[in-house]
Design a protein around this ligand. Structure first.
Ligand SMILES: O=C(O)CCC(=O)C(=O)O
Ligand SMILES: [Fe+2]
Length: 367
């Protein structure tokens, strides 16, 4: 079953509503889930009642964008690890992050380094991913050692560690190429990234209300209000919102608009210079306006979790709204960013070995 957000014909809605009511009753009666087909089993397991209820009551025109959760303010704003003074966050900065849902920009790389790296990223935009077998901006760190060296650099990891804890894994990276005169990435949110296929979450945090994943977004070109730098809705990470199906296409091929009051909220526009990065929780509503310039806006991101958060357990594939592609996870795994993985809860890729294997392949090809 594909429940990606889009407007459905009436006949589909008429069929799906009673099915969801039955499935919700099945869940409430705690009937054995293994009797259900795979997709229904996932829904009965991972959707909570509010997810069913919004869809049913709206006649399949509204939905939670992801598994609902509320943000629990931590009791202390002390950094979770001690780091070199040059990377240290003050308690004021950490408090600010907890209140706003985003923090930065911070300096990480030089403008010259990013200019030199630009062509590698642009090439990745048009070449087939060795991980997934089709062209995708996702998870190119498995094959690009230079990308990995930036993602795992202390300027990023030491700051993330102060917010998330000492032991960190990278479970996703993505290149964001916004071409000249290209549309907005509309406002969105995610918590456990169930938004990806609406069946299973990607992340299984022990407590959904805590901060259990962070994104670092690194600018390769200067990101400006004109070329579509990121925008954040201050404080909006306190809860997950619903989406209304339909509306303009902005977020790749998904059609929806996030339900929040644009007049009541403070939208912060965040210019980021080449080589700088910003940290945010994907739960904070964010997006980026259209690029109205003749140049592109290139960036890449890193999604990190502490080692006590399992990722994609038992999942073989997911279907993302991005490219409408099916991502088989055979070659995917979490990669160690910092510290130690004492939990070993997810499939792991030894990234140095993966890169070394690729170098050998490339050398063989060249010989
Ligand atoms: O690059 C953008 O404009 C959006 C990035 C984004 O949504 C993300 O990194 O989660
Ligand atoms: Fe995002």
């Amino acid at each position: 079953m594909n429940l990606h957000p889009k407007i459905r014909p009436l006949w589909q809605r008429v069929l799906v509503v009673p099915m969801l009511v039955l499935l919700m009753a099945y869940k409430a009666l705690k009937l054995p889930k293994k009797l259900l087909p795979r997709a229904l089993r996932s829904i009965a397991t991972h959707w909570d009642y509010s997810m069913f209820s919004v869809l049913i009551k709206s006649g399949i025109t509204r939905a939670y964008i992801d598994q609902p959760c509320k943000f629990k303010m931590p009791e202390s704003f002390e950094p979770k690890v001690f780091v070199e003074p040059k990377y240290q966050l003050s308690e004021t900065q950490i408090k600010q992050f907890c209140e706003d849902g985003f923090l930065g920009p911070f300096d990480a790389f030089s403008r010259e380094e990013m200019a030199d790296f630009r062509n590698d990223l642009l090439a990745a935009e048009t070449t087939v991913s060795e991980t997934y077998g089709f062209v995708t901006p996702r998870d190119r760190h498995f094959e690009m050692s230079r990308l990995w060296s930036y993602l795992s650099s202390p300027a990023i990891t030491e700051r993330l560690a102060q917010l998330l804890g000492p032991d960190l894994l990278c479970w996703r990276s993505q290149i964001f190429y916004k071409g000249p005169h290209s549309p907005a990435i509309q406002f969105h949110q995610a918590s456990t990234f169930m938004v990806e296929d609406y069946l299973d979450p990607a992340l299984f945090p022990p407590n959904r209300d805590e901060i259990f994943q962070l994104t670092a977004w690194i600018a390769v070109d200067d990101a400006t209000p004109e070329n579509g730098c990121m925008q954040f809705v201050r404080g909006s990470h306190e809860r997950m919102r619903t989406i209304k199906f339909g509306g303009e296409e902005g977020f790749y091929n998904a059609h929806f608009s996030l339900e929040f009051d644009r007049d009541e909220c403070e939208i912060v526009t965040m210019p980021v210079k080449a080589g700088q990065f910003v940290i945010f929780t994907e739960r904070c509503i964010h997006g980026s306006p259209p690029n109205v310039t003749d140049g592109h806006r290139l960036a890449f991101n890193l999604r990190a979790v502490p080692t006590n958060v399992p990722v994609y357990t038992d999942k073989e594939k997911y279907r993302s709204v991005y490219n409408g592609g099916k991502y088989y996870l055979d070659n995917w795994g979490v990669a160690q960013l910092r510290g130690e993985d004492r939990h070993r809860l997810s499939r792991t890729v030894d990234i140095e070995k993966r890169h070394a294997g690729q170098t050998t392949k490339q050398q063989r090809r060249a010989a």
